[in-house]
Design a protein around this ligand. Structure first.
Ligand code: 48H
Length: 258
């Protein structure tokens, strides 16, 4: 095997990471959260030629996919969201007409692979804790982030910033980006109504319907949409998450002119 000195290992890890940080300090779209909706949006946006950064708090991808339903390793997907599965080359079994069962491990790794192959960049272990905004014109134009280990440590450390033309809240049930904006930028009039108890088909339909722009530069997808508009939860059926991610890519493409 080729020999390598320890300092050389350090040098290239730090140098190449820093190159990525410089390159991704200014992007077209920041997607906060690498769950099903965020990774779906990342692929379709990157395919359209946008520079896309996915920021994920954990060291793993998938968000709520891995937990399946009560840790059973399958989720359901309903038509027409199987078309998204086809785009990502994810296998499924049709158990009833228009109703499909998907393996969670395959779903999460192939959503990530699809997004990465399309050109999206993933930054793991980083937490978005605030947004960047401009007053004139009034809009969200980036995020503030910290390595996740920092908030966990309780140390007082200032964040670094990423500028972007669009920020997508794909943080799931907690809608963390929308929550910060609701609290700190009242002029953007973001009010979170809170997610409702389960009514699966209604939740699935409304999440896709309501996916879109929340304020200039700010978009919501997936369960963050449920939290924002008071939409029912749906349990381990993921068609709405996939279609929400796909829809926001179309909306952002229109807004940003591609
Ligand atoms: C960086 C963050 C931050 C932050 C959170 O929860 P997710 O899987 O989100 P969705 O909306 O794509 O999918 C929801 C689905 O998994 C689900 O929970 C369903 C369908 N529930 C139905 C029901 O009835 O319960 O992923 C969100 C991701 C996670 O990986 C978080 O770690 C990450 O976002 N995240 N990343 N900065 N501030 N907050």
């Amino acid at each position: 095997m080729r020999e390598v000195r320890e300092d050389i290992i350090t040098k290239y890890i730090v140098m190449k990471s820093a190159e990525d940080w410089v390159n991704f300090s200014n992007v077209d779209v920041v997607i906060v959260g690498a769950g099903p909706s965020g990774m779906t949006a990342a692929k379709y946006l990157a395919e359209r030629g946008f520079k896309v950064l996915v920021v994920e708090r954990r060291l793993s991808i998938g968000g709520g996919i891995g937990g399946g339903g009560n840790l059973f390793h399958k989720v359901l997907v309903e038509a027409p969201a199987h078309e998204v599965l086809n785009d990502f080359n994810i296998r499924y079994e049709e158990v009833e007409e228009g109703l499909y069962v998907v393996d969670t491990a395959e779903l999460e790794v192939k959503l990530a692979a699809g997004a990465i192959d399309a050109g999206a960049k993933f930054l793991l272990g980083a937490t978005v804790e605030d947004v960047v905004f401009s007053e004139n014109p009034l809009r969200v134009c980036g995020v503030a982030l910290l390595w996740t280990a920092i908030p966990l440590s309780g140390l007082h450390v200032d964040p670094v910033f990423i500028r972007s033309r669009a920020v997508v809240d794909a943080t799931g049930h907690d809608a963390e980006v929308l929550s910060v904006v609701a609290k700190k930028l009242p002029e953007l009039r973001v009010v979170l109504r809170g997610e409702k108890s389960a009514e699966a088909s209604v939740g699935e339909r409304l999440i896709v319907e309501k996916t879109g722009r929340v304020a200039p530069g700010l978009y919501a997808i997936g369960m963050a949409v449920a939290k924002l508009y008071g939409i029912p939860r749906m349990g381990p059926i993921f068609g709405g998450m996939l279609l929400s991610g796909k829809k926001v890519a179309e909306i952002i493409a229109k807004d940003l002119g591609k």
